[in-house]
Design a protein around this ligand. Structure first.
Ligand code: AMP
Length: 219
């Protein structure tokens, strides 16, 4: 059983790296941000509650976040463990989490703010199949269209300069202290998030003493 948390500022690749790690180790990948986005897209009551907060780049209230995480982990579909990304994001969430679950490792993806701004503002998303693109490093073949399903690409509602600055501020003020708390427990593995995806994944595997990562060959 492996229980990992993946932390890093927005745009550091938490989602991508978390999914890659989960896929090969048969872990369940849990992204609190994805759960909220799903609710917004599907116009649920919870979606209505979080839509404005997310679009402004602010943090959703701890009670709601904790109930989402608790509910997700209570499904117990994670026989081999889980990778949770985007949580905990402040001291209260970290305490809630540590009371209920012991952790094997925290993967901390490090990325300078300047690079965060460059990446996030060029990020595009397919609202239909969820595929991520980046206009700098990972352009779609046809401009503005998803390579997989052909749907028109959109910008995430919270990838605006104003929302990004709010999230960066929150990250430094509220999320950094969480990292320090985990560092005291000696479970944090710092990984440089600047290299290409495969290299970052290989570095994660190495620092966690997992079998080496063999990237898929291009088709
Ligand atoms: P992410 O995809 O992790 O960047 O999350 C997108 C948005 O969802 C954040 O900007 C917050 O508004 C909300 N969110 C996700 N995770 C949390 C969390 N642990 N605590 C509070 N808000 C969160």
């Amino acid at each position: 059983m492996r229980k990992y948390v993946i932390m890093g500022v927005q745009g550091s690749g938490k989602g991508t790296q978390g999914q890659l790690l989960a896929r090969e180790l048969d872990l369940v990948h849990i992204s609190v941000g994805d759960i909220f986005r799903w609710n917004v897209r599907n116009h649920t009551k919870m979606g209505a509650q979080v839509k404005r907060i997310m679009a402004a780049g602010e943090l959703v209230g701890d009670d709601l976040v904790e109930s989402v995480v608790r509910h997700r982990l209570q499904q117990h579909d994670w026989n081999y463990g889980f990778v949770i990304d985007g949580f905990p994001r402040n001291g209260a969430q970290a305490e809630f989490f540590m009371e209920s679950y012991d952790l094997d490792a925290v993967i901390h993806l490090e990325l300078p703010d300047q690079e965060v701004r460059r990446r996030v503002l060029s990020r595009r998303l397919c609202p239909s199949c969820g595929m991520d693109y980046n206009l700098i490093a990972d352009r779609p073949e046809q401009e503005g269209r998803c390579d997989i399903c052909g749907h028109e690409l959109v910008t995430r509602a919270d990838d605006t300069p104003e929302a990004l600055e709010a999230r960066l501020r929150d990250y430094h003020e509220k999320t950094r202290p969480v990292l320090e708390l985990f560092q005291r427990k000696e479970v944090v593995h710092d990984v440089d998030a600047r290299p290409p995806v495969d290299e970052v994944q290989a570095a994660i595997r190495k620092t966690l003493a997992l079998p080496p990562y063999i990237p898929a060959l291009p088709a």
